[in-house]
Design a protein around this ligand. Structure first.
Ligand code: PHE
Length: 333
């Protein structure tokens, strides 16, 4: 067993399966968001929590934060109504029972208002709205980190960190993807965007061409930006890719670590998501835990670009996938 602690319980109020996985507290209390999402079976949610919490340990190490990795996953009933408040209070009680070993934050399916409800039951929660005493929505900071990462990727792959005139395909226009879209429009990039939900108006407002998720995944662009759910980079998907590089905020983009080698063999530069996606975690914890100034927090977000640049550089020098270098850094920390 690699994880320190895994709890799965049926929420007493909601009746829904709640899993909290704490991968490691070796470097500090575990942090990681709370994901609310339908799964075919509650065991799939447990599996996801195990993977996502492991990734959080890597994320905190590469971000240089004195934290460990954890995650909360609630398996929602597919297509059925549920009482959101009940679920969040159940999550809050579960986290409270861990006595500070783990603190949560927003993730897929949750936001700052949800964190305020969880906070009714535990103090171990980041990103409550500013009015409720938290650091607020982390998604714009995750997006800022993605932009820093994209500059590093473009520098490595195309010899210039400039984003203007480059072609990007954004897969997922949720909280983070929407901000990435906006920031890239400001940079005067060429944009394609897709989402499983109909967000074509949002895409149009930012000058992006709307496509289907499938077309977006295999679009002929400089950089593909996975900004939705993970697991999209599979052995079946890799041959159809026509991008030169991939970097985005989705967690766990590879179905298996071995897929990194397939991308590498195809000459596609894949930036490990544990580095690219760290902006939200960095902002929330630097503000709420380390009480840093905006300038210090800004420098940390900018540091995502420096960390990634060093990893990509090393990987190129050794002719290995960047994941190999990232894994080395994580296991030697
Ligand atoms: N969803 C964030 C991530 O995957 C987790 C997070 C954000 C945790 C903010 C705490 C605070 O990195």
């Amino acid at each position: 067993m690699e994880h320190e602690l895994v709890i799965t319980r049926r929420g007493p109020r909601s009746g829904l399966p709640i899993t909290v996985a704490v991968h490691s507290t070796a470097r500090g209390p575990a942090a990681g968001g709370c994901r609310l999402k339908p799964y075919p079976h509650w065991r799939d949610a447990v599996t996801d929590a195990l993977r996502l919490s492991t990734a959080m340990t890597g994320k905190t190490i590469l971000a240089g934060l004195p934290l460990g990795g954890g995650k909360t996953v609630v398996a929602l009933p597919a297509g059925q109504p549920f009482d959101r408040r009940d679920v969040l209070l159940d999550v809050g009680d579960t986290i409270a029972s861990l006595g500070g070993q783990y603190a949560t934050g927003p993730d897929v399916g949750t936001g700052p208002d949800d964190m305020a409800v969880i906070a009714e039951r535990t103090t171990h929660v980041f990103c409550r709205p500013a009015a409720a005493g938290g650091s607020g929505d982390s998604s714009e900071h995750t997006a800022a980190g993605v932009i820093a990462a994209l500059r590093a990727v473009c520098d490595q792959r195309f010899g210039s960190p400039q984003l203007a005139g480059r072609r990007f395909a954004i897969l997922g226009l949720g909280r983070v993807g929407g901000h990435v879209l906006r920031l890239l429009q400001t940079e005067k990039a060429h944009l394609i965007a897709a989402d499983v939900a109909d967000r074509r108006d949002l895409a149009a407002r930012h000058g992006a061409t709307w496509t289907s998720p499938q077309q977006c995944l295999s679009a002929d662009v400089d950089v593909l930006i996975p900004a939705a759910l993970g697991g999209l980079l599979t052995p079946a998907a890799v041959p159809a890719l026509r991008c030169a590089a991939i970097a985005g905020p989705a967690n766990n983009q590879l179905d298996e670590p071995a897929t990194a080698a397939l991308l590498h063999d195809r000459g596609i530069l894949w930036a490990p998501d544990v580095v690219v996606s760290a902006g939200g975690l960095i902002h929330a914890t630097a503000v709420e835990l380390l009480h840093e100034t905006p300038a210090q927090v800004g420098a940390r977000l900018h540091g995502i670009g420096d960390t990634l640049r060093a990893i990509l550089h090393r990987a190129a020098a050794d002719n290995v996938p960047p994941l190999t270098v990232t894994d080395r850094l994580i296991s030697h920390s």
